[in-house]
Design a protein around this ligand. Structure first.
Ligand code: G3H
Ligand code: 13P
Ligand code: ZN
Length: 308
């Protein structure tokens, strides 16, 4: 089974469930995720940020992912997360990725369209699919007022124009999620009406949700019990993600939950076994913690078990 694009995955998923896009940085993270997907027979996107490419190097991550495909026999899509310009997208297309994101959300609408279109032309010519982004993911969100929402959340009419003029294959939108472990200070809220408006105007077109970690309380508590300082960490409730998966959100991005699962496990292990110093001793349970967490997501949040 070779690496695949997300095109077929999204077609099958649309309106029924979402595919998990998990950020990868090293071997244990990759193995934990793919072992979970294999046991659940789930479609899978492994995504690599610019930071991950700096940390582990493109070639190492690519070889690890190829090994995962060989080991599991799963169709896996390998995706660039938050490509900031044409050059990084081109480098990932040339380097074997099957999907790239061009994140022009910090630019003006016209500049975002121009750079996204440039990436689409190059990627499509090489059989690679492209995710664009329109709207800005906020930092910690409380009760965002209507004017602020209109300034940062995705405008439905602009989304239609953006998709038409760029030719992107999927679109990341802003409806209230944000990256990291501190997503809300008050009650978690997503703008589902806006999502519905967007999918109503773009029927069948795959929508992507970034900043979609749940920030699982058990991992936060475990980190804090063993010396961590993650005060007031809060994520997107699982029920909201489940609902999004039935509304045209085909790709749900998860990184923070992987970081928390791994760190909680390492902290616990080292606190309980202060004399140990072989990295395999604490990375084995960390890999297992990732696997269990990803299995839970696949089964109970993404609802994409047995969809391969
Ligand atoms: O959206 C960002 C991802 O969580 C990747 O984070 O740039 O620190 O690798 P990173
Ligand atoms: P989280 O920080 O919520 O895991 O979001 C990850 C993400 O959107 C990667 O692009
Ligand atoms: Zn993101």
């Amino acid at each position: 089974m070779p690496l695949v694009t997300s095109a077929e995955m999204f077609k099958k998923a649309y309106g029924k469930y979402a595919v998990g896009a998990f950020n990868v940085n090293n071997m244990e993270i990759i193995q934990g995720i793919v072992d979970a997907a294999k046991e659940e027979l789930a479609p899978l996107i492994l995504q690599v940020s610019a930071g991950a490419r700096k940390y582990a190097k493109h070639g190492y991550l690519m070889k690890l992912i190829e090994a995962a495909v060989e080991d599991t026999g799963l169709p896996i899509c390998v995706h660039l997360d938050h490509g900031e310009d044409f050059e990084i997208c081109k480098s990932c297309v040339d380097g074997g990725f099957t999907s790239v994101m061009i994140d022009g959300s910090q630019f003006s609408f016209e500049k975002n369209i121009a750079v996204t279109k440039q990436v689409v032309e190059y990627a499509h010519a090489h059989g690679v699919v492209v995710e664009g982004e329109l709207g800005r993911l906020a930092g910690v969100e409380d009760a965002v007022n209507v004017n602020a929402k209109d300034a940062t959340y995705t405008d439905p009419d602009q989304a239609v124009e953006f998709v038409k003029r760029t030719g992107v294959d999927s679109l990341a939108i802003a409806i209230g999620t944000s990256h990291g472990a501190y997503k809300f200070t008050g009650e978690p809220k997503l703008d589902f009406a806006r999502l519905e408006k967007i999918t109503g105007l773009l029927p069948g077109f795959p929508i992507v949700l970034h900043g979609a970690s749940t920030v699982l309380p058990e991992f936060v508590a475990k980190c804090n019990k063993h010396g961590g300082q993650l005060k007031d960490a809060k994520g997107v409730p699982e029920e909201m993600l489940k609902k999004a998966g039935t509304m045209g959100v085909c790709k749900i991005n998860i990184d923070t939950d992987l970081r928390l699962a791994m760190t909680a496990s390492v902290r616990e292990y080292l606190a309980n076994n202060p004399a140990d110093f072989d990295p395999r001793q604490y990375l084995r349970p960390a890999r297992e913690a990732i696997k269990n967490m990803v299995k839970h997501k696949i089964r109970n949040v993404l609802i994409c078990s047995e969809r391969v």
